[in-house]
Write a new protein. Sequence first.
Lengths: 113, 118
Amino acid sequence: AQSVTQLGSHVSVSEGALVLLRCNYSSSVPPYLFWYVQYPNQGLQLLLKYTSAATLVKGINGFEAEFKKSETSFHLTKPSAHMSDAAEYFCAVSPGGGNKLTFGTGTQLKVEL
Amino acid sequence: DAGVIQSPRHEVTEMGQEVTLRCKPISGHDYLFWYRQTMMRGLELLIYFNNNVPIDDSGMPEDRFSAKMPNASFSTLKIQPSEPRDSAVYFCASSSYVVAGAHTGELFFGEGSRLTVL
């Protein structure tokens, strides 16, 4: 069975500071990994995905994530936070690339002036 | 291109009433998913379809819940009778496994149906 663990249900950063949202996965087969973002009263939208190609993945809005097999991690980063980044972020795993995604519990990102 | 369309966006009903949520997936997508989101449980997969056929309904909480996909452009999630603990945001998402020979693995979500059962 596959699962993801997101460390920290709430993260607060200052505008312009580094954003780091943590995700660790468990999968019995090579995983596909995803980060989704959810803005208030909206559905989730894909930020980026890892599908067994390059381990450093770049997504929309300046976000990127690095797949580290040795650490079973797929942390999301952005060098400089913007107020518009405030949202909830979900890590998700799909075993071997199937369409059945398992989502983490989400991390609420707050950006302060 | 239109995204996933869900209706209603908000539904308030009384315990015991029947609730029907509707979803129109993106044209050409062959997978459709129903998720439920609550503060307590986060995002839970209820059921998903491939080519209109239910593949995995292990997440459907009880017999009170049922889902259908009569054709490639329409799906319903029905709760009968509804209970206060069913209050949640229900998301529909669609996907295409392979596009131009490449795996996508990306789900496209609707904006959700917020259900409140009093």
